[in-house]
Design a protein around this ligand. Sequence first.
Ligand SMILES: [Zn+2]
Length: 309
Amino acid sequence: MQKTNLTIGVLLLLCIFSITGCGSGMQEKEKPEWKAKHVVFIGLDGWGSYSMAKADMPHVQQLMSEGCYTLQKRTVLPSSSAVNWASMFMGAGPELHGYTTWGSQTPDLPSRELNRNGMFPNIFNMLREAVPEAEIGAIYEWEGIKYLVDTLSLDYYQHVPNDNKLNTALTGAAVKYIKEKKPTLAAFIYDSPDDTGHADGHDTPGYYAKLKELDDQIGEIIQAMKEAGIYDNSIIIVTSDHGGIDKGHGSISMMEMETPFIIAGKGIYPGRKFQESMMQFDVAPTIADIFYLDPPQVWVGRSMKQVFN
Ligand SMILES: [Zn+2]
């Protein structure tokens, strides 16, 4: 009897040892070190590439010189908000994800595929499913963003209206979130300069003044990342959904169709204006690449691999 118990005991110990040993080994294999531990995505609604020739945006220009960028990221049609934010987050165009208008809150045509939350596969649920413990959040001035960010995959989301027109409320919420939670992936989306474009007009003194104000807000977010101790292990993306012309957008002029895409931080080549073509739906695969997530087959976007060092 005693001998049998001893044998069982040894076998049990061997089992435990091999399970924990193999387990941790497999975990390491399955999760290679990410290109960066944190991704901060900053969106400026209605920020056309045309503006960069005249814009006074020192923080953005510093990110451009420290990282990679294109001023020719092309908008999907129509050159409107929801359809383009959706395309950025969902790695595909409106024909597949189904959000086709400026204010779509649900797909106007059936999404070609649905994830377990009933949404088109997107960067938020991809990261959530691969890394359940990841801290993922979205804070935005325009409430329409809520319908496009797969809130069931987020730890935190907040609508912060731009009541004082200075965009400071969103920045304050973003700074707090960064310092308290050190997010793995955070999206902060300002509704300006689009609202200024509609009120004052695009390519006007008021529009450029708003860009300067927004650049100050971006500076504050960068400062918060430094104070939180995550800056050196982060990648920052600054981009937009569409530009504009006169007091509107939605059509096909190049002022409406081209937006900046700037990416800087850990492991990003410095000082490279890349020439490869980029579409809105290439944004999600590029973020997925940072976390080594396999894009779902329904995504048509490509990672901008040339930006990674
Ligand atoms: Zn917009």
